[in-house]
Design a protein around this ligand. Structure first.
Ligand code: SF4
Ligand code: SF4
Ligand code: SF4
Ligand code: FES
Length: 322
C-alpha cells in the first residue's frame, strides 16, 4: 500500500514498517534522538525526537509514532526546537554533567591534564608526553611560566589537597627526551563551545569514601567523563546552545562510581539518563530498579555474563563505555 505524508514542505512516500523518525532521516531530515537506536529495541522516554503533528497541534515522539496517510509533520519550527531543548534541559537537571575535568577547562594551554595524568598512571609515558608536547610547542612555554590555575580548581582539593599537577607534568617531561614541535600545532582548549560541564560537587560521604579509596600514584580522581567522546546528550546540548540547565538540581547518584562490567565495558550510573536501551537490548543483563524519581538502572553481579559490547554503542551518554 502506497502512503504519502508531508514533512515540512515536502511530500514523502512512506515505506512499510517505518516509524516517523526513520522516514524523516531516510529522506534527509535531521531529527535528534537519545532513547532510540536503529535496529534496537526501544521505548520512547526522552522526547528529544519530538515533532509536531500539524493537524492536531500535538508534539509526538517520532521514534515510535507511525506515519498515517495525509499526516503533516513539522520537524523544524521554533515550537519543535523549544520542546526538544526543554527535554534536554530536564534530562540535564538530574545529570552529573562533569564532561571535562576542571583542571583541563582552566589550563591556558589547553592541555588535557586529566588524560596526561591517566597515561602516566598507566605507564603510557610516550602518549602522556605527546599530549604535553602538543600543548607546549615551544619548550619555554612549560608549566613553570604558568600561574597554575589547574591546581586551584582541582577536585581532589575538596577531598584532601590538590593533585600536584605542575610537578607531575614536569616529571613526565623529565622522563622523556624532547620531541620536535608538531607541525600545524593547534592549542586544543577544552571543548568549551560545547555544553559547559557543571562539575558535580562531592557530598561529605563521597569525600570520605574518595579519601579512603583513591590510591592511584598521582592521586588524580580522573574527573573527566570517560565516555564523553560518543555522548549524544552532550552533543545535542551543545547544538541547542544549552550552557546550564534551568532546572539545576544535583544528581542523587554518587560521583565517580564506576564498575567494570565485563566484555571490556564500564558502567557509570551517574551518567545514565534511564533511556532503557541497555535493558531492552541485553537479555537478563541490565534492569530497572524501583520506580518514579528514584528509579535506577542497575546491573546485578550475577547478570554480568550477559553483557555484549554493543551496549557501549547503544548507550547515548557516557554511562556505558569501553
Ligand atoms: S583530580 Fe585530576 S582530573 Fe580532577 S581536577 Fe584534579 S588533576 Fe584534574
Ligand atoms: S555523559 Fe555526556 S553529558 Fe554526561 S558528563 Fe559524560 S559527556 Fe557530559
Ligand atoms: S546506561 Fe545508557 S543505555 Fe542504559 S539506560 Fe542508562 S543511558 Fe540508557
Ligand atoms: S528518541 Fe524518541 S522519545 Fe527518545
Amino acid at each position: 500500500m502506497n502512503m504519502n505524508i508531508q514533512i515540512n514542505d515536502k511530500t514523502i512516500a512512506v515505506r512499510e514498517g517505518e516509524t516517523l523518525i526513520e522516514t524523516a532521516c531516510r529522506t534527509g531530515f535531521n531529527i535528534p534522538s537519545l532513547c532510540y537506536a536503529r535496529d534496537a529495541v526501544h521505548k520512547s522516554s526522552c522526547m528529544v525526537c519530538a515533532v509536531k503533528d500539524c493537524k492536531t497541534g500535538q508534539m509526538i515522539p517520532s521514534c515510535t509514532a507511525v506515519p498515517v496517510e495525509g499526516m503533516q509533520i513539522d520537524t523544524e519550527s521554533h515550537d519543535v526546537v523549544m520542546t526538544r531543548t526543554l527535554s534536554l534541559e530536564l534530562l540535564l537537571s538530574d545529570h552529573r554533567a562533569d564532561c571535562e575535568a576542571p583542571c583541563t577547562l582552566v589550563c591556558p594551554h589547553g592541555l588535557d591534564i586529566e588524560r596526561a595524568i591517566y597515561y602516566y598512571d598507566e605507564n603510557r609515558l610516550e602518549e602522556a608526553f605527546r599530549l604535553i608536547a602538543a600543548a607546549f610547542p615551544l619548550p619555554e612555554l612549560k608549566c613553570t611560566a604558568c600561574k597554575v590555575p589547574c591546581e586551584k580548581v582541582c577536585r581532589r582539593g575538596t577531598v584532601d589537597k590538590p593533585v600536584a599537577i605542575r610537578a607531575l607534568i614536569e616529571e613526565i617531561c623529565e622522563k622523556y627526551p624532547p620531541l620536535p614541535a608538531p607541525e600545524n600545532h593547534e592549542n586544543r582548549k577544552a571543548d568549551k563551545a560545547s555544553f559547559l560541564s557543571r562539575v558535580g560537587r562531592f557530598t561529605e560521604t563521597e569525600k570520605k569514601r574518595l579519601k579512603e579509596t583513591v590510591t592511584t600514584r598521582s592521586r588524580c580522581l580522573h574527573c573527566a567523563c570517560a565516555g564523553k567522546k560518543g555522548c549524544k546528550l552532550r552533543m545535542y546540548a551543545g547544538e541547542a546552545g544549552i550552557k546550564r540547565s534551568r532546572y539545576d538540581a544535583s544528581s542523587a547518584l554518587p560521583a565517580m562510581s564506576r564498575q567494570e562490567i565485563g566484555s571490556g565495558l564500564w558502567f557509570e550510573p551517574a551518567k545514565c539518563i534511564k533511556c532503557g536501551l541497555c535493558v531492552y537490548n541485553s537479555d537478563n543483563g541490565f534492569t530497572f530498579k524501583d520506580r518514579g524519581f528514584v528509579m535506577q538502572i542497575v546491573l546485578p553481579p550475577e547478570n554480568r555474563a550477559n553483557i555484549n559490547s554493543r551496549l557501549a554503542e547503544l548507550c547515548p551518554t557516557g554511562a556505558i563505555y569501553s
